[in-house]
Design a binder for this molecule. Structure first.
Ligand code: IMP
Length: 429
């Protein structure tokens, strides 16, 4: 049995939550390896709707859930989330939830900095989720972050805080933010330490033991390949590596540990926040996709930008993330269109490109090259076999597979956990 790594192949919000929940059913352990509470996964089980930002989706099924070292964790947000899902009846205990002792904290000062920078950037803002993710990762690579292991070492903590504030003090003054003192921060951390302490462990060891015991692991990616800090539409990206290659580094396991790489691909394209989006539709078709697809952010409630399927973009994600098969989601949102368009490449001045160039000005100037394909009038909502799909919908899926060089192993046809068409179980590799 292979392990599975699930990642988004566009700009996020591809419907990973449902797929991860469905796969978590087959897995023994679920691991988050990057991102933080900027992520938002919605899981619908019967009449219950769970919204997760930090907790691995495995908690719904009571699977061992690990928040790996590659995640930046806002402990207040984590505790709120735990309380919220406990109130919905989920049992979250330290034996079922492990928080890596070497994961870095997101602090209120990171959120302040995120907001202040976005406000000062004006038209050049990134459109972040405002959760302090970028500043927290900056402190991590700047070697001044506070990690969970520091919370139980008073002496180390005081030195760490001094080092952190030596950096943030001048920054905050420059941005006109109120001063944060070492005492303020220490008080906050003293309050939180005993609450998160029971969950903190060397997560890599827990994971290693699980693998040695033959347990199946699901690596749960957040955001998506085109938001990757290296491979995405930089600088309009998040601050972590979101590609599948991060699964090992962000959890303390080897490069092969992630197993089968499953890309989640929406049948059209959306993005939240700023940045290039070659197939964006600002007309009534974009509006229709947004309304039919309920395209509002789980975390911030922001309206998502919508557009046609971009095969050139997904083809690139397939390569940079080593995607072996895809789950195509939200096909039913396309029901009722007479004609659909798929972007196969771009025109950039007098050049034709079959990939997304790295430069920010080039990305902004791309004009999509479309091919048209017949739509279908029937409903695909809730379809559970290929036979339930109209021929034109099957043709649409086949054309996507061809253009992106990856097979659709699953097609998802509604938010409900069981409404899927499965070609192959990803855990079978
Ligand atoms: P940050 O991760 O909050 O710094 O935001 C950086 C960019 O990533 C912004 O464009 C966000 O909208 C986007 N982003 C971050 N997390 C998600 C997500 O889970 N889904 C979709 N977009 C996201």
């Amino acid at each position: 049995m292979a392990n599975v790594t699930v990642i988004g192949a566009q700009w996020g919000d591809e419907g990973k939550g449902k797929v991860i929940d469905w796969l978590a059913n087959r897995a023994d352990v679920v691991v988050r390896f990057q991102g933080g509470n900027n992520a938002g996964h919605t899981i619908v089980v019967g009449n219950s709707v769970y919204k997760f930002s930090l907790l691995p989706s495995g908690v719904v099924q009571g699977k061992l859930s690990i928040i790996g070292n590659g995640v930046v964790v806002d402990p207040w947000s984590l505790l709120d989330e735990i309380e919220r899902v406990r109130a919905q009846g989920l049992n979250i205990t330290p034996s079922g939830l492990v928080l890596a002792d070497n994961a870095c904290l997101v602090l209120p000062l990171h959120r302040d900095l995120d907001a202040a920078r976005e406000a000062h950037a004006g038209a050049n803002k990134i459109g972040t989720t405002g959760r302090g993710i970028g500043p927290a990762y900056e402190d991590k690579v700047g070697r001044r972050a506070i990690r969970f292991c520091d919370l139980s070492d008073e002496q180390a903590l005081q030195g760490k805080i001094e080092r952190l504030l030596a950096h943030h003090g001048p920054l905050r003054r420059g941005l006109g933010l109120k001063e944060v003192t070492a005492e303020d921060l220490l008080t906050l951390l003293h309050d939180i330490a005993p609450k998160v302490g029971p969950f903190v462990q060397p997560a890599w060891r827990v994971l290693d033991q699980a693998v040695k015991d033959g347990r199946r692991v699901l690596f749960e990616g957040a955001q998506a390949a085109m938001l990757d800090v290296d491979h995405g539409t930089y600088p309009f990206v998040t601050s972590s590596n979101t590609v599948a290659g991060q699964a090992g580094a962000g959890s303390g396991s080897g490069p092969g540990a992630g197993g089968y790489v499953l890309g989640i691909v929406k049948a059209y394209t959306t993005r939240v926040g700023e940045g290039p989006f070659p197939t964006e539709l600002t007309d009534e078709i974009g509006e229709r996709l947004g309304v039919r697809g309920a395209e509002f952010g789980t975390v911030t409630g922001r309206k998502r930008r919508c557009g046609w399927f971009d095969a050139a973009l997904v083809r690139q994600s397939v390569v940079v993330s080593g995607i072996e098969g895809i789950v195509l989601t939200k096909l039913d949102v396309l029901d009722g269109f007479e004609t659909l368009k798929i972007c196969t490449g771009y025109r950039l001045g007098d050049r034709v490109l079959d990939y997304l160039p790295a430069g920010v000005r080039d990305q902004a100037a791309l004009e999509p090259i479309y091919e048209e394909i017949d739509g279908w009038s029937e409903s695909t909502k809730g379809a559970r076999s290929w036979r339930d799909l109209p021929a034109a919908a099957v043709k649409y899926v086949r054309r996507i597979e061809e253009l992106i060089s990856a097979q659709a192993v699953v097609v998802s046809t509604s938010p409900d956990r069981d409404d899927i068409i499965m070609m192959r179980d990803p855990f079978q590799g």
